[in-house]
Design a protein around this ligand. Structure first.
Ligand SMILES: [Zn+2]
Length: 116
């Protein structure tokens, strides 16, 4: 239970085969701040930006904002009946970004589920 694995993220990407970015929109589980989290598959792993994504039950996603995620990356006291987020996807070809944006993209840290 907890952070999604890269394998599960790629499964979700497969289910949204026409998308190259997945986006979860909802509220932080801990502080209730509105949060948007994106997952972008790269050759070196899935890059996550905006906080943390959890899937304690199949297809039920819980989010944490960056601040709460860094304070405590584990998901505690989740309410099974509440669904905080939805997953959507969209296309955003990296090649069309400007140089600064691509630089930032390359600098993003890699999500590594083995650390959890
Ligand atoms: Zn928060």
């Amino acid at each position: 239970m907890g952070m999604m694995t890269c394998e599960r993220l790629f499964e979700i990407f497969d289910a949204h085969a026409d998308k190259d970015v997945l986006e979860w929109v909802g509220h932080c589980h801990d502080c209730r701040t509105p949060v948007t989290i994106r997952a972008i598959p790269q050759t070196d792993g899935v890059h996550i930006e905006g906080g943390g994504v959890y899937e304690p039950e199949p297809d039920r996603f819980y989010l944490k904002c960056d601040a709460c995620f860094h304070k405590d990356p584990s998901l505690k006291n989740y309410q099974p009946c509440e669904v905080y987020s939805r997953v959507v996807g969209y296309l955003r070809p990296v090649a069309q970004w400007n140089d600064a944006k691509q630089e930032e993209f390359r600098d993003r840290k890699v999500f590594d589920s083995s650390l959890r």
